[in-house]
Design a binder for this molecule. Structure first.
Ligand code: ADP
Length: 253
């Protein structure tokens, strides 16, 4: 290793994520959720939609259907099919991301689609499909959680029958401490990230992934922290949906 490489790696190790009072660099406490703003029905052409801002993340979700499946051989006479496509725009991150699908977006589309598929009553609309599009226009870590939360609001906005709303949030480990809702720098320089999605009505876990290392005790601490946050997020989702429908009915906010 050259002397120059040595300096770079030393610098990387000195990135500080917590101050002396265990406050994070954006001023949040370890168990504090970033700011979330949700707008239901943000897109005019979709059957249901949502725009969500969560810290530095900006995400659109659009839902189409139930509608006729094309190609037709994909139709299932016993149930509707649920398709989800996650995409991150080329301009959504600091370095330009190569446009189009990659391994990561294929994986995220799959795990998000499975989480959504387990709450939607697909047997109520056989031969049709419900298509969920999640477009990340600005990314700051936690986009699968932001995307799933936005998708849940868009599905409810489209009137798709579901067992309950989905709420999603990650917890992780930074400088040896369990922390909620990591931002990009914390995700990159931290020790672990644990994205979680649940149906808060029953606390059923719909998505659980882990990147990095946690002890068993830390894992359950992080899971508990993320699940508590999901209950807070579900309230914000409900407020967004109520706001849209109250406005549509001409009522007070
Ligand atoms: P999530 O967004 O669900 O946390 P990852 O852990 O894979 O998913 O990604 C963490 C963050 O890393 C993303 O939110 C984004 O800010 C950044 N990122 C992901 N892919 C790229 C990429 N190709 N180029 C630059 N930054 C990226």
């Amino acid at each position: 290793m050259s002397k120059e490489d040595d300096i770079v790696s030393t610098e990387e190790k000195t990135v500080r994520l917590l101050d002396d009072n265990l406050k994070r660099m954006d001023g949040r406490k370890l168990d504090e959720l970033g700011d979330i703003r949700i707008e239901a029905g943000a897109l005019g052409r979709a059957d249901g939609s949502c725009y969500l801002e969560w810290r530095g993340n900006k995400v659109y979700a659009a839902v189409y259907g139930p509608r006729e499946v094309h190609p037709r051989h994909l139709q299932d006479p016993t149930r509707g099919i649920l398709r989800c496509r996650y995409n991150m725009a080329a301009f959504s991150v600091g370095d330009r991301k190569r446009p189009g699908p990659d391994r990561r977006s294929v994986e995220l589309s799959k795990v998000m689609g499975e989480a959504i598929g387990s709450v939607v009553f697909t047997r109520q609309f056989p031969r049709t499909s419900v298509d969920v599009f999640v477009e990340v226009v600005q990314a700051d870590a936690g986009t699968r959680c932001a995307g799933l939360t936005a998708a849940s609001v868009a599905l409810a906005d489209a009137g798709i029958p579901m067992r309950g709303l989905i709420a999603s949030c990650a917890a992780g480990k930074i400088e040896g401490h369990i922390a909620l809702d990591l931002r990009n720098e914390e995700d990159n320089f931290g020790d672990a990230d644990l994205p979680v999605a649940i149906m808060p009505r029953t606390d059923e876990i719909l998505l659980l992934q882990m990147d990095g290392h946690l002890t068993e005790e830390e894992f359950f601490q992080a899971l508990d922290m993320a699940m508590k946050a999901c209950h807070e997020i579900e309230q914000i989702e409900k407020q967004a949906l109520l706001k849209k429908y109250k406005e549509a009915l001409g009522g007070e906010e």
